[in-house]
Design a protein. Structure first.
Length: 174
């Protein structure tokens, strides 16, 4: 095999296979790179004496209330990866301009948690303040902020379980 034919084989066969494998693994395993912990699985069955529990739902389409009040808004319970970060102000991220999708988060990612198929999660967290974001469309998603511009702030109190229901609604119209 000549150098030219070896290069042609690598560029035509090996490189596309490696690229496909990398893209596929990112979609399955969530965010990659330095600073991200291993993804831990979660669900609604295990309840801790302290931490957080809830469910992730995805909304899309028309969610405008109807005058007759009979309309049922379609939602899907979805499996997603949650990132638990140190409290993250918007100024410590890069956003896509719409203030819902974020990249280059400059605070520490403490935990990655995968919900179950129904979007349920329940896991222990030490008491403190956190930012909890959803891995969505190969970026971090959030639609909540506090008065200090902290993204998706959650406070965990000693000996208590905090309820958090996350609605992914960037494809919904109100």
């Amino acid at each position: 095999m000549t150098i030219k034919s070896t290069f042609s084989f690598i560029s035509a066969v090996v490189f596309p296979l490696l690229l496909a494998a990398m893209l596929f693994s990112c979609k399955i395993n969530g965010p990659k790179g330095s600073g991200y912990p291993k993804v831990a699985k979660s669900g609604c069955k295990k309840i801790f004496k302290q931490g957080i529990k809830g469910q992730v739902t995805f909304l899309e389409g028309n969610h405008m209330p109807s005058p007759d009040g009979d309309y049922i808004f379609p939602t899907k319970k979805v499996k997603r990866i949650l990132g638990v970060f140190a409290p993250t102000p918007v100024s410590k991220t890069t956003n896509a301009g719409d203030m819902t999708f974020f990249t280059d988060i400059q605070t520490k990612c403490l935990y990655l948690i995968q919900t179950d198929k129904q979007g349920c999660f329940s896991f222990y967290l030490p008491d403190g303040k956190y930012s909890i974001l959803v891995w969505e469309e190969e970026q971090w998603y959030s639609n909540a902020f506090d008065g200090d511009n902290i993204i998706s702030p959650v406070v965990i109190e000693k000996g208590k379980v905090t309820d958090l229901d996350i609605k992914i609604n960037y494809k919904a119209v109100y």
